[in-house]
Design a protein. Structure first.
Length: 355
C-alpha cells in the first residue's frame, strides 16, 4: 500500500492531524455526541429486535426506537428537571429571605445533645453557632442557587440547548440505524487480533449498559423513595432532596445517607422520635435494600469491578467531565483493567478456565 516508510509515517501523521481536527470540531457538541452514542448502545438490542420484526426495514425500526427512547427516557427527565428547577428556586428564595433558618435547627440540636457530646464537639470547634450557620447557609444556598442558575443559563442559551438536543436526536437515529456497520468498520481499523478486539469491544458496550442502566435505575429508585418519605414526613423541598439523594447514590459506599442521616439525627435529637425512627427504618431497610440488591445485579455483576474502583473512577470522572463522568470514569477504569488483563494474559487464562 505504501512504497516507503517515509510515506507510511507521513500518512500516520496526516491521519493523527485530521483525527484531532475532527475531534476539535465536535468539542462544542461533546455532550450531545456523547449521549447520542450512549443511548444508541443502550437501545441497540431493541433496534435489532424491531428490525427483525419489521422484516429488515431499518429506517422504520430506528424511528420507532428513537420514539421509545424519547418517551421513556428524555421526556420524563425534562419534566423532572423543570419541577426540580422550580423547587430549587423556591428553596433559594427562602434561604435568601431567612424563612429557612439553619441556625434554629442547629441550636435545637445543640440544646438536645448530652453534656459529654457537647464538650466533645467543643474540642473540635464545632459549637460556634454563627460560624456553622454561615457555612450551612452558604452550602445550602450554593446547592439551590446552582439549580436556579443552571436553569437560568439554559434559558439564556436556549438556542444552543435546542441545537445540541437536535444534534443528539439526529445522531441517535443514524447510530441506531447504522450502528452495526459502523461498529464493524471501527473493529477493522483497530490493529489488534480478532479475539482481543472482541474482548475489548464487548467490555466497552457491557460497561456502558451496566453503568448507565444499573446506576440510573438504582439512583432513580433511591431518589424516588427518598423524596417520597421526605414528603410523607412533611420535609420541605422533598423533590430537591430526593434528587440530591439520587445524584449521591451514583457513588457506591457513600450514597443517599449523606442526605437522610443528618435529617434522621435531627428528628431524634429534637424529640421527633417517630419521624426519626420511621425515616431511619425506611432508609435502612427499603432504600438500603434497593442498593444492596439492584446494584450488584445491574452493575457489579456485569462490570466485574470492585466497589472501590467504581467509587474512585466515578468521583474522578465527575471531577473531570462533570455529570457525564459517572459513565466515562467507570468506562475508562473497565477498559484499563481489560487492557492489562490482555497484556498479562489473564483474560486468556480465564477463558480457558471457563471453557
Amino acid at each position: 500500500m505504501f512504497e516507503s516508510k517515509l510515506e507510511y509515517r507521513t500518512f500516520l501523521l496526516l491521519l493523527a492531524m485530521v483525527t484531532i481536527a475532527f475531534a476539535w470540531l465536535l468539542l462544542p457538541f461533546y455532550g450531545a455526541v456523547f449521549w447520542g452514542t450512549i443511548l444508541a448502545i443502550i437501545f441497540a438490542p431493541l433496534q435489532r429486535r424491531l428490525r427483525v420484526r419489521l422484516n429488515g426495514r431499518n429506517n422504520l425500526a430506528a424511528l420507532i426506537s428513537l420514539t421509545i427512547c424519547l418517551l421513556i427516557v428524555i421526556l420524563p427527565i425534562t419534566f423532572i428537571a423543570g419541577a426540580l428547577v422550580q423547587e430549587g428556586a423556591t428553596v433559594y428564595q427562602q434561604l435568601k429571605s431567612g424563612d429557612l433558618n439553619f441556625a434554629a435547627y442547629f441550636k435545637a440540636v445543640m440544646d438536645a445533645l448530652p453534656r459529654w457530646a457537647y464538650h466533645w464537639l467543643e474540642r473540635f470547634d464545632l459549637t460556634d453557632l454563627s460560624g456553622l450557620q454561615d457555612k450551612l447557609s452558604k452550602g445550602a444556598m450554593q446547592v439551590s442557587q446552582l439549580v436556579a442558575t443552571k436553569a437560568f443559563s439554559i434559558g439564556q442559551n436556549t438556542f444552543d440547548f435546542v441545537i445540541s438536543f437536535g444534534i443528539m436526536l439526529y445522531l441517535l437515529f443514524f447510530l441506531l440505524r447504522d450502528g452495526p456497520a459502523l461498529g464493524r468498520r471501527i473493529k477493522q481499523a483497530v490493529p489488534l487480533s480478532v479475539d482481543h478486539k472482541q474482548h475489548l469491544f464487548t467490555k466497552f458496550t457491557t460497561v456502558i449498559r451496566a453503568t448507565v442502566k444499573g446506576n440510573i435505575a438504582v439512583a432513580v429508585t433511591q431518589g424516588a423513595l427518598g423524596g417520597l418519605i421526605f414528603w410523607f414526613l412533611g420535609i420541605q423541598g422533598s423533590l430537591l432532596w430526593g434528587t440530591l439523594m439520587a445524584f449521591l447514590s451514583l457513588l457506591p459506599a457513600i450514597g443517599a445517607g449523606l442526605i437522610w442521616v443528618p435529617v434522621a439525627a435531627y428528628f431524634l435529637l429534637t424529640g421527633a422520635i417517630w419521624q426519626g425512627v420511621v425515616l431511619t427504618l425506611f432508609c435502612v431497610l427499603v432504600i438500603g435494600l434497593v442498593d444492596n440488591i439492584l446494584r450488584p445485579i445491574l452493575v457489579g455483576k456485569d462490570t466485574k469491578m470492585p466497589d472501590y474502583v467504581v467509587l474512585i473512577s466515578t468521583l474522578g470522572g465527575m471531577s473531570l467531565f462533570g455529570l457525564n463522568g459517572f459513565v466515562i470514569g467507570p468506562l475508562i477504569a473497565a477498559l484499563f483493567i481489560a487492557s492489562w488483563d490482555l497484556f498479562t494474559g489473564r483474560e486468556g487464562e480465564e477463558r480457558k478456565t471457563a471453557g
